[in-house]
Design a protein around this ligand. Structure first.
Ligand SMILES: [Zn+2]
Length: 183
């Protein structure tokens, strides 16, 4: 959270396993989000005691107000690029700081090549997805009770998440990332 950098080490030593941050307004007033400078400072501090940063990876700049109240409007307002841009920024800071980074609730399959490439480069990054992203699809969503952030995406996206899970999100699964960086 903004402003608690000075408390992180003591919390870590008291047994806190990781520190979650948002990069955009969380929707909960008591849980503020970090700006880029605060993220950099926090990751440097967390890296100093080998702690774990946990990130909600959505980027405000890629998100718009929904055009209407229907689920497709909501989905279109939070495109895969919102996740990809956020993850790209987090990976840049992971490389800079060496801070262990865990990306929670990945929904967009566009994130997977970024993760595969980062892991191939040895960055200390892990990620997870969630049951609702693996079992539901936007085509089936009927009502607002399915609203979550990041959103449940299309069936093709869901199938790609499954493929990456089966494979461990390796570079073998993401051939486009393999030639990108000479080792
Ligand atoms: Zn979250």
């Amino acid at each position: 959270m903004p402003g608690n950098v000075g408390e992180l080490r003591a919390l870590h030593e008291a047994g806190v396993v990781g520190f979650k941050c948002f990069l955009l307004p969380s929707g909960v007033d008591e849980f503020g989000c970090l700006d880029p400078a605060q993220l950099r400072t926090s990751m440097a501090r967390i890296a100093s005691f080998d702690g774990l940063l946990i990130a909600h990876a959505e980027d405000a700049a890629s998100i718009t107000e929904p055009a209407g109240p229907a689920y497709p409007d909501f989905l279109a307002s939070r495109p895969p690029a919102a996740e990809s841009h956020a993850v790209q920024g987090l990976l840049t800071e992971t490389q800079r700081s060496g801070c262990r980074t865990h990306i929670v609730h990945v929904s967009a399959a566009t994130v997977l090549p970024l993760l595969a490439d980062a892991r191939a480069r040895g960055l200390p990054v892990t990620a997870e997805t969630c049951p609702h992203y693996l079992t539901l699809s936007a085509e089936d969503v009927q009502g607002t009770e399915f609203k979550c952030c990041p959103p449940i995406r299309e069936a093709a996206n869901r199938d790609t998440l499954w493929a990456a899970l089966r494979d461990g999100c390796s570079t073998a699964w993401c051939p486009t990332t393999r030639p990108a960086r000479p080792r």
